[in-house]
Ligand binder design. Structure first.
Ligand code: GLN
Length: 214
């Protein structure tokens, strides 16, 4: 069974813990633990980096002296970044905080922070998600000051879900296919939405299965 950690420095970590606990029994989940120190990070097999505020999360991690270990972990072990967590994992962020922000730079994508506007511009979209299984029912995606993936910067980045044009997004970046909101790259899953805020735990199952196979 896998010991799964949720980075609990800041943001929406408790909801991820609940979503993982809801899968216990049906999936190969052992312990589900909150990770706040480098030692705790070393104890887990897989890690979720939650949504929240990417600049703040990076600052806290740095202050706790765990930024380099986080980078090392995410480079090789099953890691899922949602929203702010996706930004942290990215190689590059545009519309980033002035003066720059620390990124782990392990996922070769370019993200746009706050692509869809401010908190009040949060929205949901129900989209087909074939990666969740053949004939899977559509999933309801929650976007809160969400980033979008503007480009996949390696052929190894697999696109999983796109937000069709005209759904909560402005700007030419969207293109005809829409913006990428979920990708897989080696041991990394990156999603710009908040799957932990719905009772549908299929994305958590996807990650656990991916972690078990890694
Ligand atoms: N826009 C936030 C950031 O830059 C992320 C928002 C979220 O995680 N809901 O970190």
């Amino acid at each position: 069974a896998l010991r799964i950690g949720v980075l609990a420095l800041q943001g929406a970590f408790i909801e991820h813990v609940h979503a993982l606990n809801s899968l216990r029994g049906s999936e190969c989940i052992g312990d589900v633990v909150e990770v706040r120190t480098a030692a705790e990070l070393r104890s887990v097999d897989a890690l979720i980096i939650p949504g929240g505020e990417s600049t703040t999360m990076a600052l806290i991690a740095e202050r706790r002296g765990m930024l380099d270990e986080l980078r090392e972990f995410a480079r090789t072990r099953p890691t899922w970044g949602t929203c702010a967590g996706l930004i942290l994992l990215a190689h590059r962020a545009v519309h980033a905080k002035q003066g720059g922000q620390r990124l782990l730079e392990v996922l070769p994508v370019t993200v746009s922070r706050n692509q869809f506007g401010r908190q009040v511009d949060s929205f949901t979209a129900t989209l087909d998600s074939p990666c969740l299984g053949e004939g899977a029912a559509p999933f309801e995606y929650v976007f809160i000051r969400a980033p979008a993936i503007l480009s996949a910067d390696s052929p190894e980045v697999q696109p999983l879900v796109r937000l069709p044009p005209g759904r909560g997004q402005a700007g030419a970046e969207a293109g005809a296919d829409g913006l990428l909101v979920a990708v897989r790259y080696r041991n990394i899953l990156g999603t710009s939405f908040h799957p932990e805020l719905t009772s549908d735990n299929r994305w958590h199952r996807y990650f656990v299965q991916m972690a078990a196979a890694t």
